[in-house]
Ligand binder design. Structure first.
Ligand code: IPM
Ligand code: MG
Length: 394
């Protein structure tokens, strides 16, 4: 089939939208202003590409079972985005999918990405739909917890004594920085053709993500590492100054440390237990969270929540794994744990989130997908059976 290359006009989301510090997009009422505890929950489901549909099916079954068990009235509807949409002749983020998300309390989103677009420019790639969703709803705070499940400690590439007890929350800024700043694009000068991007952070952007990190740390071990690159980049010098100011004015009781992002990667693999909350810009947070994810034994284990002004979005940290798509052997656990975060943050039902986390931990004692099958004493199962194992423990 011929590859369609349509550029979605909504892709052009540069700094213009951020002027004055207020986002005037299509965002709904503040996520924070929603009711404290919900008895009804409407979820927009976007299965995504590659292994997306199979892990989403397993996760939606767990979501429904958990809602039934805890008497939460759940309704969910799904609509395509990314390559799955383009293959139907639609733009990467079809209007009907966007509308579904706008009308929902939460978005459950699978991984986006398809190797058929590997050589396409960023603005034409299907995964751009994810960036548009994040920007549209101003989901500036991406929470990526890195906490290995006890049964998987031996699946970690790190020695047991290094990883055991690790409990990190990576707070990634998600709507600014290198991903969104203007100018960007391609050009040509005397030296030839070039591609360029801009790394810009306004003080208010650093402040609002800094607050999320400090507030999270207040509920945890009161330790924040701010990862930057202040030794080389002006934007990161401002990042650091802003973090210090915010800390000294409003969060003096937090132990704030600054760490260069390259050093932070190294520290993550050599001594992960020193970290409590790590806060970083968009690009650095993307990289740090993949490093963190692998510490837990598999990239297939890490959930994430993206919160901000509009409908919150929940997605696994991993990609669409096209090499194993459709074979029934994908690990659905990151997606299932993502459902747990959805209950915790969107429905304000941490009890349900915890029940899902516990069911996953128990299921892993008996069943594992191949990516986390280090050790013995369990059966190696496929995606569907792994989901059923979690259901059985719920
Ligand atoms: C992630 C992914 C995305 C990102 C890609 C798919 C655009 O790597 O969510 O970590 O870079 O944010
Ligand atoms: Mg990533």
């Amino acid at each position: 089939m011929a590859l369609q290359r349509k550029v979605d006009p909504r892709i052009e989301l540069g700094d213009a939208r951020l002027d004055g510090g207020e986002f005037d997009g299509w965002a709904q009422a503040d996520t924070e202003k929603k009711k404290d505890t919900m008895t009804q929950l409407k979820v927009a489901v976007i299965p995504g590409d590659g292994i997306g549909p199979e892990i989403t099916e397993a996760a939606v079954a767990v979501m429904q079972a958990a809602a039934d068990k805890f008497n939460l009235e759940l309704s969910h509807d799904s609509s395509p985005a990314a390559a799955a949409a383009v293959d139907q002749g639609l733009p990467p983020l079809p209007d009907k999918t966007l509308k579904l998300c706008q009308d929902a309390d939460a978005i459950l989103c699978g991984p986006f990405g398809d190797p058929r677009w590997d050589n396409a420019p960023p603005a034409e790639r299907p995964e751009r739909a994810k960036l548009i969703l994040r920007k549209t709803f101003d989901l500036y705070a991406n929470l990526r917890p890195v906490k290995p499940v006890p049964a998987l400690i031996d699946a970690s590439p790190l020695k047991r004594e290094l990883i055991d007890g690790t409990d990190i929350l990576i707070v990634r800024e998600l709507t600014g920085g290198l991903y969104f700043s203007e100018p960007r694009g391609y050009g040509e000068d005397d030296a030839g053709r070039f591609g360029h991007n801009t790394l810009r952070y306004h003080t208010w952007e650093v402040e609002r993500i800094g607050r999320i990190a400090f507030d999270a740390a207040m509920q945890r071990k009161k330790r924040v590492h701010s990862a930057d690159k202040a030794n080389a980049l002006e934007s990161m010098q401002l990042w650091r100054e802003t973090m210090i100011k915010l800390h000294d004015t409003d969060y003096a009781e937090i132990d704030l440390k600054h760490v260069f992002v390259d050093n932070c990667c190294m520290q993550l693999v050599s001594d992960p237990k020193q970290f409590d909350v790590i806060v970083a810009g968009n690009m650095f947070g993307d990289i740090l969270s993949d490093v963190g994810a692998q510490l837990t034994g598999s990239l297939g284990m890490l959930p994430s929540a993206s919160l901000g002004k509009g409908t919150p979005l929940f997605e696994p940290v991993h990609g669409s794994a096209p090499d194993i798509a459709g074979q029934g052997k994908a690990n659905p656990l990151a997606m299932i744990l993502t459902v747990g975060m959805l209950f915790t943050h969107a429905a304000k039902r941490p009890d349900i989130g915890e029940a899902i986390d516990n069911a996953v931990a128990k299921a892993l004692q008996k069943s594992r997908t191949q990516d986390i099958a280090r050790g013995s004493g369990f059966e190696i199962v496929g995606c569907k059976q792994m989901g059923e194992a979690v259901l059985a423990e719920l």
